[in-house]
Ligand binder design. Structure first.
Ligand code: ZN
Length: 157
């Protein structure tokens, strides 16, 4: 296990599409372990493989209720809409307001290649969308709604 370097938004790799994982082997497991260590070290709630320079559809997420390893994740259902503050380990020191679904259901394979379904609301739903966007070369900064402030959101709640 090792901490990997997180690439930042100047790096063009973040704009590339990640490839589907076909082999569920030891190389994948090492990547997952390293990504987990890197995410916790950086105090993030999610990390996509492209952020450590690997163009594979692999994501780790932990919003405080346990680690999820998501391979080839796909959104299968969403509902609602919520605007909240979002940041990214690849865009250090910045944050912005982004509209995301309030509820998201996804399917993904685990480290053994078994398909499973996961669902989340609020931060977890936001995290699923943010990380899956990374796999398609999309950064949250592409989606920032500049004219909504954190105070506006607080007042709407
Ligand atoms: Zn990110």
């Amino acid at each position: 296990m090792a901490i990997r370097k997180v690439v930042t938004s100047e790096d063009p790799i973040l704009r590339k599409h990640s490839r589907k994982v076909e082999k569920f082997d030891e190389r994948l497991w090492v990547l997952l372990d390293d990504m987990k260590d890197t995410m916790y070290k950086q105090e993030g709630v999610g990390l996509a493989a492209v952020q450590v320079g690997i163009l594979k559809r692999v994501v780790v997420v932990d919003v405080g209720d346990g680690l999820l390893e998501l391979i080839n994740p796909e959104i299968i259902e969403t509902s609602g809409e919520v605007c909240d503050v979002e940041g990214c380990l690849s865009v250090p020191g910045e944050s912005g307001n982004v509209i995301r679904p309030e509820y998201v259901k996804i399917k993904a394979q685990n480290r053994d290649g078994v398909w499973r379904r996961y669902e989340g609301t609020g931060l977890k739903a936001r995290c699923f969308c943010h990380e899956i966007d990374h796999l398609d070369g999309i950064l949250y900064t592409d989606k920032v709604v500049k004219d909504i402030t954190a105070d506006d959101i607080k007042n709407n709640k």
